[in-house]
Design a protein. Structure first.
Ligand SMILES: [Zn+2]
Ligand SMILES: [Zn+2]
Length: 355
């Protein structure tokens, strides 16, 4: 019989999404149909919609990879999930390759990302692999599950970067770019016992994150020479009296100047994680890593294994979502893309496919 999904379809880059019905077949043995309660809007979606990046599936495609919803049908392997509220991870790994077996499913070459490899969550229903789905049974009474959509990508990406850097009690975390993923990185590092320096160009973002875990703020003045910026930040860091061995630097701005600054803050034995993305190359002295016996990781997305721990922080309200989210009807998607493109979207939009 199958399902009919009401979907917003990207049929051509730089043009409005088209509302259409898509027939979904009954799920195969390893797949499930999730009725979408909410889907977050991410910068990656904008990149696909404005034509700067081509989705792997090509066009037409239904975008959206921050999905929370209820399983309404599943093939044999996922039948126990029917009727459960679930988080759909932004990256659904194959579960059996050498990457997946090593706990590195976020780098799985056979991974499936909704709204990129397959149709995504800007729709009432989505057809996804069932094994990686994360049941939301642990949610406290009255928790607005729609907010969990941002855990699919932004929060879990931040969490994985923090795990990768082995952040511990007493560490000094430095987060370059304190909006979006960076804002959640600040909160998670704080929840794990680190003190956090949040760095951004935007005063509003810094003021918000000050209420949610930042111990010190530094606002970048773009007119200031790089050397002076670096010295300023190093001074703020030194004020905490934490040995550089326990410095954890997170580049979340996804800008070339942000990357330049983050790399320049690496001291002896320090660890940096590159989380943001931009196409521009930067010039660094890579030998500093040798001289400082330092480590730089890249971190992309999150393996499914970390979601339960990440969700626990959210359910225990150690990581706040509400102040960073705005709810919006999916029918406003084109206007929201426009707001996002012009930097007028201050909070992450969580879309309701039935409005
Ligand atoms: Zn995303
Ligand atoms: Zn795999």
């Amino acid at each position: 019989m199958g399902f009919v999904s009401e979907a917003w379809v990207l049929e051509a880059a730089k043009s409005p999404l088209v509302r259409k019905q898509i027939e979904l077949p009954d799920p195969a043995d390893d797949r499930a149909i999730v009725e979408v309660s909410a889907c977050g809007l991410c910068h990656t979606d904008l990149g696909f919609a404005d034509g700067s990046v081509m989705p792997k599936k090509g066009i037409p495609i239904v975008l959206g990879h921050e999905i929370v919803g209820k399983v309404v049908a599943a093939g044999g392997a996922g039948k126990h999930l029917i009727g459960k509220n679930v988080l759909v991870p932004a990256v659904l790994p194959c579960g059996s390759c050498v990457f997946c077996r090593a706990g590195r499913g976020n780098a799985c070459p056979k991974q499936e990302m909704p709204g990129n490899d397959v149709h995504g969550g800007f729709a009432t229903h989505v057809d996804v692999r069932s094994a990686p789905l994360v049941p939301l049974d642990g949610a406290p009474e009255g928790f607005d599950l729609r907010e969990i959509s941002v855990v699919a990508d932004a929060v879990s990406t931040a969490y994985q970067a923090i795990v990768r850097a082995d952040v511990r009690e007493g560490d000094l975390a430095v987060v370059v770019g304190a909006g979006g993923v960076g804002g959640f990185a600040v909160q998670i590092a704080r929840a794990l016992g680190a003190r956090v320096v949040a760095i951004d160009v935007d005063r509003g973002r810094l003021d918000l994150i000050e209420k949610h875990g930042a111990s010190a703020l530094y606002q970048i003045d773009k007119a200031k020479p790089f050397k002076d910026l670096r010295k300023d930040v190093q001074k703020v860091m030194a004020g905490f009296g934490v040995a550089s061995l326990r410095h954890r630097i997170f580049e979340c701005s996804g800008t070339a100047p942000g990357q330049q600054l983050a790399f320049s803050l690496i001291g002896s034995g320090a660890t940096m994680v590159q989380v943001g993305y931009c196409r521009d190359p930067i010039e660094v002295r890579l030998s500093n890593l040798m001289a400082f016996d330092a480590t730089v990781h890249g971190s992309w997305g999150a393996p499914v294994e970390i979601y339960p721990d990440c969700l626990r922080l959210v359910f225990e309200r150690k990581v706040a979502l509400t102040p960073f989210i705005q709810h919006a009807p999916m029918s406003r998607i084109d206007a929201l893309f426009d707001d996002m493109a012009h930097h007028r979207l201050e909070r992450r939009a969580v879309l309701d496919p039935r409005a």
